[in-house]
Design a protein around this ligand. Structure first.
Ligand code: AMP
Ligand code: MG
Length: 351
């Protein structure tokens, strides 16, 4: 299949381009498009064949459900029932935006879309291309991240093309995304919200709206037998570069010294070594291929560059990758969750 890649204005998407994408979506074809979090791989959420195509294009395990994207709040009532009042408060506060809610599904949502679960994940994105595409097509769009399963999520159209060219009908290129990390997922089927995946909307922001919020204990540490994450996707090795990534935690100068020593040793051993540094530390490293993720003091840049930098390491065929930890103020939980998974939980404490 030829994949058509079309540039689209990210603030004022051209209706004629949206129409071309809409026709494809209505026919059950797949279209990748930018959202405020990462690029999504869209297909008709209520069409079983389209949903099955999404899994096939990504090589995604069929028990890893998809998020359904809507353009208007009312659409959530077509997809889900038994919606608690506190969930509606969260919608009012954060939609449109990077918040996904897990709700009891209605029968119109096919099992293929929900991976056989009796719940459905729903989000109303704020990105103009995403919203206008849902609106103009009249299709509620199931859209996981538009990467090949297991690879870092795409934050630019080029990343989507790398992974999915030839496998999908169209890519809408709206440039670089704003946030760069997938949506916060919150289970609202119980009496209290439970965070299943951390994201830009953090625990404190949620608690400011609904009071107490808990976090699925399975996502805080390395997956163990007996502790299954409630979001099936959090179980898989994910977000990962091909090289072996290790994270170093500790005081900055000690971390730099430790990474320098490790990079010196591995370089001498003949390995291709990459270092993920910051603007503040990049000149302090002396071995391997050094790439800056941005200023440590600017956590939105770190989040936005994370997947791009991991992909760069792949492009340069790095076999061993060392990275500083980023326990930043607001998005630290989300950044470290993705980084730890990418590292297969290889974390070294430096004292
Ligand atoms: P992605 O599409 O890459 O953003 O991944 C979607 C995430 O949403 C995965 O981690 C899924 O496991 C999770 N998800 C989707 N639907 C549900 C659901 N009904 N219950 C729990 N998690 C879900
Ligand atoms: Mg994904």
């Amino acid at each position: 299949m030829d994949t058509r890649i079309v540039k689209i204005n990210q603030d004022f998407p051209q209706p004629e381009i949206l129409e071309e994408a809409s026709v494809l979506l209505r026919q059950g074809e797949l279209v990748a498009f930018p959202t405020e979090t990462v690029y999504g791989l869209g297909g008709n959420a209520l069409d079983e064949t389209a949903a099955a195509r999404i899994y096939a294009a990504k090589g995604r395990p069929s028990d890893n459900p998809l998020i359904v994207h809507i353009a208007e709040e009312e659409q959530v009532y077509e997809l889900a029932g038994q919606i608690p009042a506190y969930a509606e408060s969260l919608m009012k506060a954060f939609w449109p935006g990077p918040l996904t809610l897990i709700l009891k599904k209605k029968s119109c949502v096919p099992d293929t879309t929900t991976g056989g679960l009796d719940t459905v994940a729903v989000r109303m994105p704020s990105h103009p291309v995403a919203r206008e595409l849902i609106r103009q097509s009249g299709v509620m769009i199931a859209a996981p991240s538009a990467n090949a399963s297991g690879r870092p999520s795409p934050t630019r159209a080029e990343h989507v093309a790398e992974d999915l060219s030839g496998r999908i009908a169209m890519i809408l290129d709206g440039g670089e995304v704003g946030i760069g990390i997938e949506s916060t997922i919150v289970d609202v089927t119980g009496t209290m919200p439970v965070i299943l995946r951390p994201g830009y909307i953090n625990r404190a922001m949620l608690e400011a709206v609904t009071g107490s919020v808990t976090v699925d204990p399975a996502i805080l540490e390395k997956p163990q037998a007996g502790l299954r994450p409630k979001a099936p996707g959090m179980m898989y090795r994910h977000y990962a570069p091909r090289g072996e990534l290790t994270i170093f935690e500790g005081e900055q100068s000690s971390v730099v010294a430790r990474i320098n020593a490790a990079a010196k040793e591995k370089t001498a051993g003949g390995y291709r070594v990459g270092i993920i540094a910051t603007e503040e530390t990049k000149n302090a490293y002396h071995y391997g291929w050094i790439i800056s993720i941005g200023e440590r003091s600017n956590e939105s840049t770190i989040a936005r560059n994370l997947y791009h930098v991991l992909r760069k390491m792949d492009e340069a065929d790095m076999e061993i990758i060392f990275c500083e930890a980023f326990h930043t103020e607001a998005m630290g939980a989300a950044i470290m969750n993705r980084l730890c998974k990418a590292a297969g939980y290889r974390i070294e404490q430096v004292s």
